[in-house]
Design a protein around this ligand. Structure first.
Ligand code: ZN
Length: 146
């Protein structure tokens, strides 16, 4: 499990990202941060969509932000809410699984409150029967040192 110092850095990035949430429908902003295996942190926020299902969660947004920077090996993800402990939705957990498949190293999933309190779980604790693609496994592994 990650130490408190790095979690505090992730929380800061997630809080900053949350400030930029593009929300006009959900009325609830979320921030997230992804830690890559080289120690970089990328933030994400939720983006509403005018058509149902078109929006993006903060967690997926943070993952995409890491990809934009050429980072695919994800060590941890943090999601922050003002008052409650929340964990990523099922879609985001399954999205995380394809990043897990690049390294086969368990990903830590942290739920934090803005106050700094947090809970930590592992990806496969939250999604024990996750779908692991056999078809794309080798291609996903090709991103390990890319
Ligand atoms: Zn989600």
């Amino acid at each position: 499990m990650l130490d408190k110092e790095i979690i505090e850095k992730m929380l800061k990035v997630a809080n900053e990202a949350e400030d930029n949430a593009f929300i006009f429908k959900s009325n609830h902003s979320f921030g997230a941060a992804v830690l890559t295996d080289d120690g970089e942190i990328y933030g994400g926020c939720n983006v509403d969509g005018v058509i149902s299902g078109m929006g993006t969660c903060a967690e997926s947004s943070a993952l995409n932000h890491a990809v934009v920077h050429g980072k695919y090996n994800i060590k941890a993800i943090l999601v922050v809410d003002e008052k409650e402990f929340i964990f990523p939705c099922g879609t985001c957990l399954q999205y995380l699984v394809q990043f897990y498949q690049t390294t086969n190293k368990e990903i830590e999933v942290i739920s934090a409150k803005q106050s700094g309190e947090y809970q930590s779980k592992l990806l496969h604790e939250l999604l024990p029967e996750a779908y692991h693609s056999v078809t794309f496994d080798q291609k996903l592994k090709s991103f390990i040192n890319k």
